[in-house]
Design a protein around this ligand. Structure first.
Ligand code: MOS
Length: 722
């Protein structure tokens, strides 16, 4: 149990985030955003703004900064602002004012007069299903429609008709907003033709490459520094407008430029989780054996169709052994703020529908929902013969049920004074993945070791993991390891996204450590060195040879070297042809619903997870707790409401509901620990996303258990239970 190594820096205000950087001569940018939901900018009068105090530059589609559509490693293309007059959503960046101070820039921005040609907005998913189009293939290449049928079965409908028990339901999930504590911001500095950007990102290397493509400059001339990130959750995987604008404005003004989005701008100008609508039909035999599953889903997408939430294509074809599965995914382009990945993209809303449906089937079968799930436990994804590399879901449920007191649950809940009490459960899954990573390790003459990688720690605890895995691989105490990350000039280390950070970086650390030890031994036994010509070995930070021992620092000092450095790389490979990889979990929730006010309180929650080896239980638990709380938030609080004219009705933290401490009980988290070395040498499978998966369904299932009311949408509100 190690406390976050960067914790003291963070709680004492010494950790420097992007916007904490300042430079002499720096100017401040304020982004002008559209105030209509759909249309065209026909004129922008910037005369008054240009002569306002302190203003040094005003940019618009008619007087743009030079940018071009950027290439993103994860998403293909990234939109860049001010290059055309189209307004596709309310709050879209359409201009930039730069001034000597932030306040001057903000004041002048209010003086920019925009004339629009209005077009009607389409903002509601439910009202615009006629605009639906087939979604493009997922990143894994899965097409929008997938049908797997048992031999001899003609159609999914036939398989459903042949099932003894069938349930059908339409589920929906609200749009959610990214609102990481650190608002999106960037400080851009050009010096001798080279750009340095200070910002918060999930991958300094990816951010630098994407910025370079947007600015049309060589990748080698862009450096991104992002050692501290105040939360990201997917919203900082692609370059957002402020970084493009700061970099382009700094170039033409030849002065450092800082842009910090306001909280309201973060709500419209960065990214959201789209709204979804999902239809499920589930058929089973009377003994609970699943026969057929159909899951059709619709997600809203912005008009540039840049991201589609793959709801039906995530857990649905993987969680259960079902001979007949049909899934489809459609997108509905709307005048909404950009959508993007958000913690467990796909799984979070998809699991709400799937795991609610499984609960409904359990009710119809009069079967315990855990028994139903385990009876149909999958050994591989549908249509694949690659078995899960490791799966301990049964154990998660066994431990969870005991720890939570599941045996005391009655099928009708129970009463406690003015409250009705219910328990619900759901399965969580998230794929175990990793990216190629290269780690550099330096053993130093002062007896410390630097472990560095270009990746990011957006609060996940990666820096602490680097200390611990570095210490373990070099056999020295963790306080002698200096972890360094968040700099595109360091070796490429994938990204902190998709729950891949630990598995990617830890595997590379192990290889780099073995290499640097080999190199150290070669130096130790080379001619003229203290162990010249001897058979040398390494343990606990020391070089040994027949009775002679010397620490690596001492050895380096003796040979007159400051340090010895090696790199190690690790990437997904052959294992992908041998197994399927996933993390698993069992979520448990107890709710109390007030008999007269119908308010729902979560009174207990427990998650038991199989996420491979857990390298640091303390930060791992924090990650999972954050996800589980977010799941409660999705179930009972969060909903981004877009007015018919495209304006967000609650686009700030005053109007957008999130749980506070009083809404959240003690959160119990438990890990079953089975290192998955079939997946990667470190045995860690990743746990950034899985904590949120299944939580909303577990809450809804508990609400049903307590009240007998099945709510098929989230968030669940008082009105639903009247
Ligand atoms: Mo995660 S949605 O990749 O931060």
């Amino acid at each position: 149990m190690t406390s976050r190594v960067d914790g003291p820096l963070k709680v004492s205000g010494r950790a420097k985030y992007g916007a904490d950087h300042g430079f002499p001569d720096m100017v401040h940018g304020y982004v002008v955003v559209s105030t209509v939901g759909h249309g065209e900018v026909v004129a922008m009068d910037t005369t008054v703004a240009k002569s306002a105090p302190g203003v040094v530059g005003v940019y618009s589609p008619f007087d743009p900064l030079k940018l071009r559509t950027a290439t993103s490693m994860l998403f293909g293309q990234t939109w860049v602002p001010l290059q055309d007059t189209e307004v596709a959503y309310y709050g879209q960046p359409i201009g930039l004012v730069v001034a000597e101070t932030f306040e001057q820039a903000r004041d002048a921005a209010a003086l920019v007069k925009v004339t629009y040609q209005l077009r009607p907005s389409a903002t509601s998913l439910r009202d615009n299903l006629d605009l639906a189009e087939d979604a493009p293939p997922t990143r894994e290449g899965t097409p929008s429609v997938v049908v797997e049928l048992a031999p001899g079965v003609e159609s999914i409908q036939d398989a459903l008709t042949a099932s003894q028990v069938v349930i059908e339901g339409t589920y929906s999930t609200a749009a959610q907003n990214h609102a990481a504590m650190e608002p999106h911001s960037a400080v851009a500095v050009w010096e001798s033709g080279k750009l340095t950007v200070y910002c918060g990102t999930q991958s300094a290397g990816m951010q630098a490459a994407e910025l370079a493509s947007g600015l049309d400059v060589d990748e080698s001339s862009v450096r991104v520094l992002s050692p501290f990130v105040g939360g990201a959750f997917g919203s900082k995987t692609r370059v957002s407008v402020e970084a493009f604008l700061a970099a382009a404005a700094a170039k033409v003004l030849n002065r450092p430029v800082k842009i910090v989005l306001t909280r309201e701008q973060v709500f419209t100008a960065t990214a959201n989780r789209p709204e979804t609508l999902q239809k499920i039909a589930l058929g089973a035999a009377a003994d609970g054996t699943l026969i057929a599953l159909r899951h059709d889903s619709w997600s809203s997408t912005p008009r540039d169709r840049s991201y589609v939430e793959p709801t039906s294509h995530t857990m649905t074809p993987k969680a259960y052994a079902i001979p007949n599965v049909a899934i489809s995914q459609k997108m509905v382009p709307l005048n909404i703020t950009p959508t993007s990945i958000m913690r467990a993209p796909g799984e979070a809303p998809g699991s709400f529908a799937l795991e609610s449906a499984i609960d409904e089937l359990a009710v119809a079968l009069r079967m315990d929902p855990i028994e139903l799930r385990l009876r149909n436990n999958s050994t591989a994804p549908a249509g694949s013969d690659l078995l899960w590399s490791s799966k301990h879901l049964e154990e998660c449920y066994r431990i969870g049920a005991r720890r939570f007191g599941w045996a005391n649950r009655s099928p009708e809940g129970h009463e406690d004074g003015d409250w009705v009490v219910g328990m619900g459960t759901a399965t969580a899954m998230y794929p175990a993945m990793r990216f190629p990573a290269t780690v550099l390790i330096s053993l130093r003459a002062d007896e410390t070791a630097v472990v560095s990688v270009g990746g990011a720690d957006p609060g996940t605890g990666l820096r602490t993991v680097m200390s611990l895995v570095g210490a373990e691989s070099l056999n020295i105490p963790a306080d002698r390891i200096t972890p360094r990350l968040g700099d595109s000039a360091l070796t490429p280390g994938g990204l902190s996204g998709g729950s891949t950070g630990t598995a990617s970086v830890a595997s590379a650390i192990m290889i780099a450590a073995a290499q640097v030890i080999d190199d150290l031994l070669a130096v130790a036994s080379s001619p003229g060195a203290p162990f010249a010509g001897k058979e040398v070995s390494y343990t606990d930070g020391r070089v040994h040879a027949d009775g002679q021992v010397m620490s690596f620092g001492e050895l380096l000092r003796q040979v007159g070297r400051e340090s010895i450095t090696a790199t190690g790389s690790s990437a997904p490979g052959e294992e992908l042809t041998k197994h399927s990889f996933s993390c698993f979990g069992a979520q448990f929730v107890e709710v109390r619903v007030h008999k007269w006010t119908c308010e729902t309180r979560v009174s207990r929650m427990l998650g038991v997870f199989d996420a491979g080896r857990i390298i640091n239980e303390k930060t791992a638990r924090s990650q999972i707790m954050g996800g589980m709380i977010w799941g409660v938030s999705a179930a009972l609080h969060e909903r981004l409401d877009i007015e018919p004219d495209g304006r967000p009705a609650n686009g700030d933290l005053a109007g957008y509901l999130v749980p506070v401490n009083a809404d959240i009980p003690d959160v119990d988290v438990h890990f079953v620990q089975y290192a998955d070395t079939l997946h990667n040498p470190s045995g860690a499978k990743g746990l950034g996303e899985i904590g949120v998966v299944g939580m909303a369904a577990a809450v809804a299932n508990a609400v049903y258990n307590a009240t007998g009311i099945r709510v098929r949408h989230i968030p669940i509100t008082i009105e639903d239970l009247l």
